[in-house]
Design a protein around this ligand. Structure first.
Ligand code: ATP
Ligand code: MG
Length: 329
């Protein structure tokens, strides 16, 4: 297993896979905080969910925020992008969701200071089927991570490109959902429907699910389409759209084949800068939220998503759709 190099001093590297930084962990526990759990979800495939889980996770860890990434996708792309190729002997989320094994027994060190991983593998495909007859099947992941939430500042869950039982488990276990959106034709329509679906899930599996933010990915500032899509999304969803934008950047596409987050592959790339910026924004939003003493989702979010799905669209003058309220409520 590779041990990633440390390109800048902000990033600490564990020299031994089993080594822990007791100071980092004990300091955090003393704060008696619980991790913010963020599902990274979009039913659409190939929009940058995994790229965001891996690189936001590494950037949060580099900002001294202990972070756990849960690979909830049987494709196991997050697991391999962090340097863990297929290994039938490795225990994965399957063991926890189906066999009830304590999650800390399957947690592995992601070889970046402050970053840990719950790996996945293709067996997880079977989990969706095997869970069907299980009581409280949507809440298996939530129950499994409850007692480890005080170990981390953030838990990121990479979802598969489907609204299946695995994604439902992720959404039931989360405080919020981060939605990566590729800047392409019909993006507004797609995100409106998705947010509407997510807000309907609040009435069923998770009443406190908030929108962490909509993240524009694979943005190409040379194309009019990218610019137009970004402008439309911002005009309709306002502050629900992260200010940070992830550019289309070849280093982001190359880094997974080297089994490392982009900040270790090429810290000077635009992709690395963008994910570091996103991590800062996520942390700042969290701090604002704590300042406001609010942890719960903005009830207006559902209305804005519904209005969007109903086709009132950008420029409709809907103030709720304009996102006047802070996204982070
Ligand atoms: P899936 O739905 O299959 O899980 P996903 O939403 O997780 O896909 P990724 O795997 O993150 O999407 O990205 C899809 C492909 O696009 C990958 O090959 C990835 O390396 C590449 N990619 C993602 N983001 C960028 C970017 N900003 N610039 C260039 N390539 C990118
Ligand atoms: Mg993926």
């Amino acid at each position: 297993m590779p041990i990633h190099g440390a390109p800048i001093k902000l990033f600490h590297v564990k020299h031994l896979a089993s080594h822990r930084n007791p100071l980092l962990h004990s300091t955090f526990i003393l704060g008696a905080d619980l991790a913010r759990v963020i599902a990274i979800a979009n039913q659409k495939g190939g929009v940058g969910k995994t790229t965001t889980a891996v690189n936001l996770g590494a950037s949060l860890a580099a900002s001294e925020k202990p972070t756990l990434i849960i690979d909830c996708d049987p494709q196991a792309n997050t697991t391999s992008a962090l340097g863990f190729p297929k290994d039938p002997a490795r225990r994965t989320l399957y063991q926890t969701l189906i066999l009830g094994e304590p999650i800390e027994r399957i947690t592995i060190d992601a070889q970046v200071e402050g970053l840990e991983l719950i790996p996945s593998d293709k067996n997880l495909v079977g989990a969706a089927v095997e869970l069907v007859s299980v009581d409280h099947r949507e809440y298996r992941l939530k129950a499994a991570i409850q007692h480890i939430r005080d170990k981390y500042a953030y838990v990121l869950i990479d979802c598969p490109p489907a609204l299946d039982l695995l994604t439902l488990n992720a959404l039931a276990a989360s405080d919020s959902v981060l939605v990566p959106i590729q800047c392409e034709y019909l993006a507004l329509e797609g995100v409106s429907e998705l947010l509407d679906t997510l807000m309907r899930l609040r009435r069923t599996i998770n009443p406190s699910l908030a929108i962490e933010g909509i993240l524009l990915t694979m943005y190409d500032d040379r194309t009019t389409l990218s610019k137009q899509v970004a402008a439309d999304l911002r005009s309709f969803f306002g502050s629900q759209v992260f200010e940070s934008v992830i550019p289309r950047n070849v280093r982001l596409a190359e880094a997974p084949s080297h089994g490392m987050p982009v900040i270790f592959y090429d810290i000077h790339s635009r992709g690395a800068e963008a994910y570091i910026q996103l991590a800062k924004e996520v942390i700042a939003n969290d701090q604002k939220r704590v300042g406001q003493g609010s942890e719960r989702a903005d009830p207006g979010t559902g209305a804005s998503a519904s209005a969007a799905a109903a086709g009132t669209g950008p420029g409709s003058g809907s103030s709720s759709g304009g996102g006047a309220g802070p996204r982070t409520q």
